[in-house]
Design a protein around this ligand. Structure first.
Ligand code: FES
Length: 157
């Protein structure tokens, strides 16, 4: 006999994955926003890969879903529309352009600040795209804005 599955709320697969959309639809639109447990995320389809991140930038909560994608040293990055921070799609690392003044001819180089933006694991199954629920035992800078904007709430200025 089957046990009952959850009812109401987000569409959830038996194994806990959260349904985001049809693979072919997201390939066409290239990006889609979704709510998982009230949290805004964005799923990008870029150069054959799906990547999901918190949609509110770790810096001040800018909407990454409206950013441009840029290639930096072979890494696809979303450029936040608010202050142009770069975040790698694959790892959620914040990048910055730094100069080493000790070099003979200092030139700016892209460097990582570490993982700042929470990424979400994407699973493709049978033409459907799912993300895994976030592991909240680990925290990231973007969690602050994910909470602020939870359930469509506006950030008080
Ligand atoms: Fe994204 Fe400032 S809010 S760069």
């Amino acid at each position: 006999e089957s046990h009952t599955s959850s009812t109401g709320g987000a569409e959830t697969e038996p194994d806990g994955l959260i349904f985001i959309g049809k693979e072919e639809d997201i390939k066409k639109s290239q990006r889609i926003t979704a709510k998982i447990n009230g949290r805004e995320i964005v799923v990008f389809y870029h150069e054959g890969k799906f990547n999901a991140l918190d949609s509110r930038c770790y810096h001040e909560g800018g909407p990454l879903c409206h950013g441009e994608i840029e290639d930096i040293n072979g890494q696809a990055c979303i450029v936040c529309p608010w202050h142009k921070f770069r975040i790698t799609l694959e790892t959620g690392e914040g990048l910055y352009e730094g100069i080493n003044p000790l070099e003979p001819t200092p030139t700016p180089k892209w460097q990582s600040k570490g993982v700042k933006q929470r990424i979400h694991k994407v699973t493709i199954d049978n033409g459907n795209v799912y993300v895994s629920p976030p592991d909240l035992s680990v925290s990231f800078d973007s969690d602050y804005f994910a909470d602020k904007y939870k359930n469509g709430g506006e950030l008080a200025m």
